[in-house]
Design a protein around this ligand. Structure first.
Ligand code: 5GP
Ligand code: ZN
Length: 115
C-alpha cells in the first residue's frame, strides 16, 4: 500500500467511501462525482499505479476487477442495456488518481468518440 494514495486510504478505511461490494483482493465504491446513474470505481486492494504497472505477478487483479464489475452491473440492473468500462492511464489518458481503477458507468446512452 502507498501512504499518500487516496484509494489506498479508502481501502484502509482512512477516508470514507460508499462501498458497493468487495472481496479479499478487490473493492468497488461509488465515484464521488458520478457521470451517470451508475458510476462505480473498481480497484485492486494492492497499490498498482496504472495499467503501465501490470505485469506477470499482478495481472490477476485485472480479471478479479472485471469479475466484480460484472457482478455489480447485474446488481445495478444495467447489464441488459449495456454500460461502459473505462481505465484512464497517465496524463494523456486523463488519469487523476494514481491507483489503477476501472470505471463502471451505466444507466444512460454513452457516446463515441470519448472526449
Ligand atoms: P480518473 O480521472 O483517474 O480516471 O478517475 C478518478 C475518479 O476518482 C474520478 O472519477 C473522481 O470523481 C473519483 N474520485 C476522486 N476523489 C474521490 C474520492 O475521494 N472518493 C471517491 N469515491 N471518488 C473519488
Ligand atoms: Zn493506492
Amino acid at each position: 500500500m502507498s501512504d499518500d494514495c487516496l484509494f489506498c486510504k479508502i481501502i484502509n478505511g482512512d477516508i470514507p467511501a460508499d462501498i458497493v461490494k468487495q472481496t479479499e483482493s478487490v473493492c468497488a465504491f461509488r465515484d464521488i462525482n458520478p457521470q451517470a446513474n451508475t458510476h462505480v470505481l473498481i480497484i485492486p486492494k494492492k497499490h498498482i499505479a496504472s495499467t503501465r504497472e501490470l505485469n506477470n505477478e499482478n495481472i490477476e487483479y485485472l480479471s478479479k476487477m472485471a469479475f466484480l464489475a460484472n457482478q455489480i452491473s447485474e446488481e445495478e440492473g444495467i447489464n441488459r442495456n449495456g454500460y461502459r468500462w473505462v481505465i484512464n492511464t497517465g496524463d494523456d489518458g486523463g488519469q487523476t488518481v494514481d491507483h489503477i481503477h476501472l470505471h463502471l458507468i451505466g444507466g444512460r446512452q454513452m457516446h463515441w468518440p470519448p472526449g
